[in-house]
Design a protein around this ligand. Structure first.
Ligand SMILES: NC(=O)c1ccc[n+]([C@@H]2O[C@H](COP(=O)([O-])OP(=O)(O)OC[C@H]3O[C@@H](n4cnc5c(N)ncnc54)[C@H](OP(=O)(O)O)[C@@H]3O)[C@@H](O)[C@H]2O)c1
Length: 295
């Protein structure tokens, strides 16, 4: 009987549900990905975030498949939420069609993909538009259940929302978010348009775990700094994606549903914002007319 803890679900603008906490697979080697995905599912995680660019879609799907086969009565495909992303180099209608086919082939053991994100807006209007048309078709044919974006700034979202043939709105914008990077305006824009927000690098890539205020909060709540950061993300209404390749960290990173931060502590952490990025920042990638203006 599967009695491990599970994350609550939130409803996306597609009508489908997503667990509020997932596990990230950036930099997880393909040959470890299956075991980590399998162990994560046994721990209680039900949402797994991969990408073509991480070169581990096959491994993650393999781990999910192993877990499903182990106990078909209790371990159900419909309870697992698998995400992948379209690499920037495959923007454009035909290229994205092919990239999707490849991702679906690599993950065919799990039958369909729950969410495909445009990994970043870094191409041009025509290519981004072509990519979105291909993704909309994948939703129509059922091979992909939800589509969204990642690293889209307000200008990229406005562009997408104004496509003349827009049929499917993005369900999610996946962004780097943590107390040192709160992106309030972009977050507000997403909320206003019913786009849920996933938080990547929610642990600051372990760069800020020794922050004195964070350490104090950890002691106050009897939790680790990593757990406080994940809880902050949840308390902000984000869907955090902490990554680990260390099995002993899986359970603690998931053990965040038995407490909440006091409003004053959320505020204290919000006050850390200094627009600090530990990853890339394609949210500022210029639109076509901005590029022309710069010439
Ligand atoms: N869309 C995008 O452009 C984009 C960009 C970046 C990330 N992401 C997604 O978001 C996920 C998370 O982001 P991220 O991987 O950049 O960073 P992160 O989750 O903030 O940090 C991961 C780092 O923290 C360490 N760590 C994990 N749990 C820990 C704990 N309890 N105590 C101390 N250290 C701990 C990990 O080490 P070990 O692995 O050695 O445990 C790893 O070095 C990615 O894996 C990916 O799925 C998306």
């Amino acid at each position: 009987m599967s009695n491990e803890p599970k994350a609550p679900l939130v409803k996306l603008n597609s009508g489908n549900y997503i667990p509020v906490l997932g596990i990230g697979f950036y930099l997880t080697p393909e040959d470890e990905a299956a075991n980590i995905a399998y162990e994560a599912l046994k721990t209680g995680y039900r949402m797994l975030d991969s990408a073509e660019a991480y070169a581990n879609e096959r491994g993650v799907a393999e781990g999910i498949s192993r877990w499903l086969k182990e106990d078909p009565t209790h371990n159900k495909r419909e309870d697992v939420f698998f995400t992948t992303k379209i690499n920037d180099k495959f923007h454009g209608y035909e290229e994205t069609k092919k990239a999707l086919k490849d991702s679906l082939e690599k993950t065919n053991k799990i039958g369909y993909i729950n969410l495909v994100l445009v990994h970043s807006p870094q191409s041009n209007y025509e290519k981004r538009h072509g990519t979105w048309r291909a993704l909309q078709e994948a939703v129509a044919d059922g091979s992909v259940k939800n589509i969204g974006v990642s690293n889209y700034g307000i200008k990229h979202l406005k562009e997408l929302l104004s496509y003349p043939d827009l049929k499917v709105k993005p369900v999610i914008n996946q962004l780097e978010l943590h107390p040192w990077l709160t992106r309030d305006e972009l977050v507000d824009f997403c909320r206003k348009h019913g786009i849920a927000i996933e938080a990547y690098s929610p642990l600051t890539r372990a760069k800020k775990l020794d922050d004195p205020d964070l350490v104090k909060l950890a002691s106050k709540y009897g939790k680790s700094p990593a757990q406080i950061l994940i809880r902050w993300s949840l308390d902000k209404g984000f869907i955090p994606l902490p990554k680990t390749v260390h099995l002993p960290r899986l359970a603690p990173n998931f053990d965040v549903f038995d407490f909440k931060l006091d409003a004053e502590d959320v505020k204290l952490l919000n006050g850390k914002n200094e627009d600090l990025k530990f990853c890339w920042d394609p949210t500022v990638y210029p639109l076509d007319n901005e590029k022309t203006e710069k010439k």
